[in-house]
Design a protein around this ligand. Structure first.
Ligand code: FES
Length: 353
């Protein structure tokens, strides 16, 4: 069960003009709760003008010991008008405390032998940095190819950390960097990483059919383009893992196919306790639950982070959009509570499964 604790910030490192890394100290008695898998993220929360805001940020540090972490480091890119990222850039300092949720997310890779690859854009490097640095340090029979795109070298997060991996693992780590706004110059690949380009580039770089797992992370357009390129190249969907950081407004939703019943009710199991409540007209099930249980897990409320995942025990729901759950998860019966509306009069959700 995800929980918030106040963690102390021990460092605020400027990565680029518009990104910082925040490091949190994890007290010994909470280390077990903050144990994470490489690729997972943390939600943070603040109260601004009486309103609670939550954001999720991926952990970038590697998992080098089986014990829970003494420190957690996340990367935060400044979003124009972003309530939390502006605060992180302008106001946070070592010594401050922030409410941080225990780690969540299924965009992960536990170290195991094999050849893996990632296509990332912008801040999409953050979870992949944790994945690749953990994998190469802990599994000598693993290799990794990282294809990353950014606007310019100056705007690229974790440039040094990634260069360091190249120095430490020259035979097992392959890096291709593409800049979209850098002038063409010797040794620098420029332009946009779109579907067509990736379809040509990937087979020239690595044995596509032998890659055990693909990790796609970044803006919606890049992830979708990379997935289509991989499918065109014959890669099975089960080998592709995706995490989307930004969803453009145009990228919404499945249209409603079934109307919401007039008097629907949701029964919820959360942290071992159950309750049943009426669903108000038009609201997503997460809102119904939050009116009655403030401890319901959520972060983005936009169908992107997956924090609100719940098991649909009975009844049917319609999801507005889903950029977080893998097809196997929806087939197994999981839904995003923040995007789900009842299609039947009674719906039962279990957040503990
Ligand atoms: S709260 Fe992020 S997907 Fe529902």
């Amino acid at each position: 069960m995800a929980r918030f604790h106040a963690l102390r910030i021990t460092a605020v490192d400027r990565l680029t003009d518009d990104s910082v890394a925040l490091t949190f100290a994890v007290p010994e008695h909470l280390r077990e709760e903050y144990r994470y898998a490489p690729g997972q993220h943390l939600a943070v929360r603040r109260i601004v003008d009486g309103k609670e805001i939550r954001r999720t940020y991926s952990v970038c540090s590697p998992v080098l010991t089986p014990d829970g972490p003494a420190e957690l480091r996340v990367g935060v890119r400044l979003v124009e008008g972003g309530e939390f990222s502006t605060y992180a850039h302008k106001e946070t300092a070592a010594g401050d405390e922030l409410d941080v949720m225990t780690p969540a997310g299924r965009f992960t890779l536990e170290p195991r032998p094999g050849h893996y690859a990632a296509v990332v854009g912008g801040s999409g490097i953050t979870p992949v940095l944790s994945i690749v640095s953990t994998l190469l340090a802990r599994e000598p029979r693993a290799r990794f190819c990282l294809i990353r795109s950014d606007r310019t070298a100056a705007s690229t997060m974790f440039l040094e950390e990634v260069a360091d991996l190249k120095d430490r693992f020259p035979d097992r780590f392959q890096l291709v960097t593409v800049f979209s706004r850098e002038d063409q110059q010797a040794g620098v690949v420029t332009g946009r990483l779109d579907e067509e380009r990736l379809t040509r580039l990937l087979p020239a770089l690595l044995p596509v059919a032998d890659i055990s797992g693909w990790f796609l992370c970044g803006p919606f357009g890049l992830v979708q383009g990379a997935e289509r390129a991989l499918r065109t190249l014959g890669v099975r969907r089960t080998r592709i893992h995706e995490e989307i950081f930004h969803v453009d407004d145009g990228a919404t939703a499945t249209a409603p196919t079934t109307p919401t019943p007039a008097h629907s009710k949701v029964t919820v199991t959360l942290d071992g306790r159950s309750g049943s409540w009426p669903v108000q007209d038009g609201e997503a099930l997460l809102e119904t639950v939050l009116r009655n249980r403030s401890d319901a897990p959520y972060a983005c409320k936009g169908g992107v982070c997956g924090t609100c995942r719940a098991f649909l025990v009975s009844g049917e729901v319609r999801m507005d959009r889903n950029f977080a759950l893998e097809p196997e998860e929806t087939e197994a019966g999981y839904v995003l509570a923040c995007q789900s509306h009842p299609s039947t009069e009674h719906v039962e959700l279990d957040f503990d499964r």
